[in-house]
Design a protein around this ligand. Structure first.
Ligand code: A3P
Length: 314
């Protein structure tokens, strides 16, 4: 039986011994499982969730690749579905005292049991479509996928890793990390396959999967928050919009607001991660101050190849 813990269980170790592996930037290796790449602890989390997570039809599952807007989406979804309970979101709201990751657990993080029995339950995950626990695939729970431009997601991950796991880094250069990203072996990668699978699903099953771009949400947050609410079955009434409820939620969940709250400036998650690491610039095209033109070109080339024959564009 799989157990939660930092050391891989015997079952996970055995599996890893025959999975393809590739060198990685912050753990020794990534392992390829069901077509996607994971460090050992996350692989174990995925296996654990595949065995033990039981979805309900009413659940909401937020999905993203790392650094594509997960924290923002968690805050928004929580504020949206709980908005009747917290009438004045700017005065007293759980998001003012809790990091969004503490309110919406990851399915693969072993602590999904801690999700309080709120209705509906909200979870998040980075697990690719084909590896979601069977109960998610078999249920009619709603899935919201947030996608981001690959260069910005890559750069965001680079800064996140540098801030968080410097001590454990095995010393890979940005060039090496770009190459790994482009050949698909990044955490939960290939980045493009991850997005494309959910995008296709959103076209085939629009009542099941809603696909949103981080960039579009940044440009027109109110418009997209309205659409997400509609998808989740909690549309805004005209009265709510007139009363400023939509605007309040957008402001409450904005990078500017969340990043300056004490809980997010100085807090730590249960796993010890500093909450401030989840908030940086949130820029569209911010990659330009980190990636050289040559490295940007490598990612563009990989993107072009991956999207060949697809109508999807970042
Ligand atoms: P940058 O590193 O480009 O600034 P994730 O939440 O998936 O880990 O993604 C982190 C990225 O989302 C970071 O991007 C972070 O600044 C940005 N972000 C975090 N909270 C946000 C919010 N409330 N609104 C918009 N962007 C946010």
């Amino acid at each position: 039986k799989l157990r939660a813990g930092s050391n891989s269980t015997q079952e996970c170790k055995e599996l890893m011994s025959y999975l393809p592996k590739d060198r990685n930037f912050f753990t020794e290796h990534l392992y390829q499982y069901q077509g996607f790449w994971y460090p050992p602890n996350l692989l174990e989390g995925v296996l654990y969730s595949q065995k033990h997570f039981h979805a309900r039809d009413s659940d909401i599952i937020l999905v993203s690749s790392p650094k594509s807007g997960t924290t923002w989406l968690k805050a928004l979804a929580f504020a949206l579905v709980q908005r009747q309970e917290f009438q004045n979101p700017l005065e007293s709201h759980p998001l003012l005292h809790n990091n969004p990751h503490s309110l919406v657990p990851f399915i693969e993080a072993f602590n999904f049991h801690t999700q309080k029995d709120t209705f509906p339950r909200i979870f998040s995950t980075h697990i690719p479509l084909g590896s979601l626990p069977e109960s998610v695939q078999d249920s009619s729970c709603k899935i919201v996928y947030c996608c981001r431009n690959p260069k910005d997601a890559f750069v965001s991950l680079w800064h996140f890793m540098k801030r968080l796991v410097l001590k454990e880094m095995v010393g890979c250069t940005m060039e090496e990390m770009v190459r790994g990203f482009c050949r698909g072996s990044s955490v939960y990668g290939p980045f493009w396959d991850h997005a494309l699978e959910y995008w296709k699903e959103s076209l085939e099953n629009p009542e099941r999967v809603f696909f949103v771009m981080y960039e579009e949400m940044r440009e027109k947050p109110e418009e997209w928050v309205m659409k997400i609410a509609e998808f989740l079955g909690c549309s805004f009434t005209e009265r709510e919009v007139e009363d400023g409820v939509l605007e309040d939620i957008v402001n409450l969940c904005s990078l500017e607001n969340l990043s300056k709250l004490e809980v997010n400036e100085k807090g730590k998650l249960v796993n010890g991660m500093e909450t401030k690491a989840f908030f940086r610039k949130g820029e569209i095209g911010g990659w330009k101050d980190t990636l050289t033109p040559l490295l940007a070109e490598e990612i563009d080339k990989a993107t072009e190849e991956k999207l060949l024959g697809s109508a999807f564009r970042f």
